[in-house]
Design a protein around this ligand. Structure first.
Ligand code: ASC
Length: 150
């Protein structure tokens, strides 16, 4: 019984000891993490976009699967934009942190459009996929224009 209590207490101490703010040990890990997530997202979105733009043969299953992965990936990068990570191997502009509400809105808009694309891709309707690809690409671009250095 004592052992059980000790185990529970130890477990409690371990979970509560996890810091709530710093989700990455090092700034460079945060940068690598967000770039990796965005890279995987872009590879998958880019495949759907290539099909929508006639640069790749349209395969409804590949499009739906890729869009689903892109949607999932779109949720991941954001903790990587930890304060103090505008240095090193990144094109992230300081405005991400000085105009955070605007950045968050742009990030959220992209996720909304990516989710719509994933929904539409499941139907296999190429015209609707094209429209959703354009809307999503527009959301990517507008955030880059404001928050990513050239
Ligand atoms: C992509 C990709 C981006 C966006 C952007 C849209 O496929 O990698 O960063 O689309 O180019 O304007």
């Amino acid at each position: 019984m004592k052992k059980m209590a000790l185990l529970i207490l130890t477990g409690f101490a371990l979970t509560t000891a996890i810091p709530a703010v710093a989700q990455f040990a090092k700034a460079e890990d945060a940068v690598k993490y967000r770039k990796s997530a965005l890279f995987v997202m872009a590879q998958n979105f880019g495949r759907v976009a290539a099909m929508a733009n006639g640069k790749m043969a349209f395969d409804a299953k590949v499009a739906a699967d890729s869009a689903a992965v892109a949607e999932y990936m779109s949720k991941l990068p954001w903790p990587g934009f930890m304060p103090g990570t505008d240095k090193g191997e990144t094109r992230a502009k300081a405005e991400i942190w000085t105009d955070k509400a605007k950045f968050d809105t742009a990030a959220s808009k992209m996720q909304t459009e990516m989710a719509k694309l994933a929904t539409v891709a499941k139907t296999g309707n190429l015209d609707n996929i094209k429209a959703a690809v354009n809307a999503t690409g527009g959301a990517c671009k507008s955030c880059h224009d404001d928050f990513r250095a050239k």
